[in-house]
Design a protein around this ligand. Structure first.
Ligand SMILES: Nc1ncnc2c1ncn2[C@@H]1O[C@H](COP(=O)(O)OP(=O)(O)O)[C@@H](O)[C@H]1O
Ligand SMILES: [Mg+2]
Length: 396
């Protein structure tokens, strides 16, 4: 069937269909006639979880499956590792039909070829970090010293060195997910299957984890099949992205290709609706101001602060941290030379923003701003600053 065999394809899914329910024959006939998922469910009680899905995953690449909840992503994953047999269609791992595996081959496939990382972490709370990571090796019968050495290596790989003997309960969500990844990596699988692994994490922790995953992937050159419902995550991580709707794949492309050439309105809306700037607020990108001076301080103090912090302007605040304006290096020098009064040296009436402002709404202000923008609360107290660079970086 395939004219050209690409040896770089580690996994191939061919016309995968998965139906849930008893009247499958009837459902299949309706599918053939082009009825949709909803009609079929209504008429037959059968759920079309996956509908004639085909794709190929290249070795060493990140393949992302994205779609709304219920679109069939997890079912595809469960068919890949044979937790659920396909209703029809084939899955080939390195050219071998995974359904034809014997019991022991299947066990080997699940333990050594594909490793799963879940959203819910699936860690054992009565074991410490080290013993969680080493668990897979333990059930494989790897001897203690060897499995602990390997586990230690993976713990350090995910940035948890020093936490080996900590209880799982003492870790944050982000750290637990790192443990989950280390555990999956400890088996040295060919493919990491990750089903919405970061969905439960805070946006900032999530960004850290995405970065971590990319650097691990680069170091170990793993193949990753990553499931998400977040288009930003999909575009950030995926070499290839497949978008699912009602059990079907409606487009497979690179992030670039999909953005510039969406297959239909559904894909276009999906991409637009998840514009980062619409989702993230100033709070997620604001920083602590490094150089603060008070209205009662003098120019010499301000100059010293600028020098210590290596900046050429300072944020000026009143007694209770109310934002007043900015003092530039130039003006501070003029004050010291007696050419300008300290109180008149501040640039006032600068644009400000609030922690709750959407980044999208800040873009026009940031584009015009000559200085970092002050983030103030309802009492005009300075809570942080945003730089033009951080606004732009959040959009990438
Ligand atoms: N074991 C099951 N029995 C019946 N229906 C199921 C089962 N698993 C999934 N489904 C249905 O299949 C569809 C796809 O589910 P799922 O693969 O979990 O989607 P996703 O992971 O994209 O949220 C949904 O309509 C879901 O209700
Ligand atoms: Mg799911």
């Amino acid at each position: 069937m395939n004219e050209v065999k690409n040896n770089n394809i580690i996994l191939r899914v061919e016309n995968l269909t998965k139906l849930f329910g008893t009247k499958k024959t009837l459902a299949r006939e309706m599918l053939k006639k082009g009825h949709d998922k909803e009609e079929i469910l209504k008429h037959t009680g059968v759920t079309v979880a996956v509908n004639n899905v085909s794709f190929e995953v290249e070795r060493g690449k990140v393949f992302v499956l994205i779609g709304l909840s219920g679109s069939g992503k997890s079912t595809v994953v469960r068919c890949i590792n044979m937790l659920q047999p396909p209703t029809s269609g084939k899955i080939y791992f390195e050219g071998q039909d995974v359904e034809s595996f014997s019991k022991s081959e299947l066990l080997d496939y699940r333990r050594n070829k594909v490793s799963m990382v879940f959203q819910s972490f699936g860690l054992m709370s009565h074991r410490n970090v080290l013993n969680n990571v080493a668990f897979g090796l333990e059930i494989r019968g790897v001897k203690k010293s060897e499995r602990e050495e390997r586990a230690m290596e993976m713990i350090s790989m995910v940035g948890l060195k020093g936490w080996e003997y900590s209880d799982i309960s003492s870790l944050s969500g982000g750290m637990r997910q790192r443990v989950g990844i280390a555990r999956a990596l400890a088996n040295n699988p060919d493919i990491l299957l990750m089903d919405e692994p970061f969905s439960a994490l805070d946006p900032l922790v999530r960004q850290d984890m995405q970065f971590e995953l990319l650097s691990i992937q680069e170091k170990l050159n793993k193949t990753v099949i990553f499931i998400t419902h977040d288009i930003n995550e999909a575009f950030k991580l995926g070499d290839t992205v497949a978008i699912m709707r009602d059990g079907k794949i409606i487009q497979i492309d690179t992030p670039e290709g999909m953005s510039s050439n969406p297959a239909d309105d559904y894909v276009r809306n999906f991409i637009n609706s998840a514009d980062k700037a619409q989702i993230y607020c100033v709070r997620s990108i604001m920083q602590t101001p490094t150089c603060l001076v008070r209205t009662r301080d003098g120019a010499n103090h301000a100059l010293k602060q600028m020098k210590i912090n290596g900046v050429s302007s300072a944020f000026v605040v009143a007694e209770k941290m109310q934002f007043v304006g900015i003092l530039t290096l130039e003006n501070a020098l003029k004050v010291r030379a007696g050419e300008l009064a300290y109180q008149n040296a501040f640039i006032r009436d600068l644009p400000t923003t609030t922690p709750e402002t959407h980044i999208a709404d800040l873009i026009p202000i940031a584009a015009e701003a000559s200085f970092p923008i002050a983030v103030v609360d309802e009492n005009n107290q300075l809570s942080g600053i945003v730089t033009k660079a951080s606004v732009l970086a959040s959009l990438i």
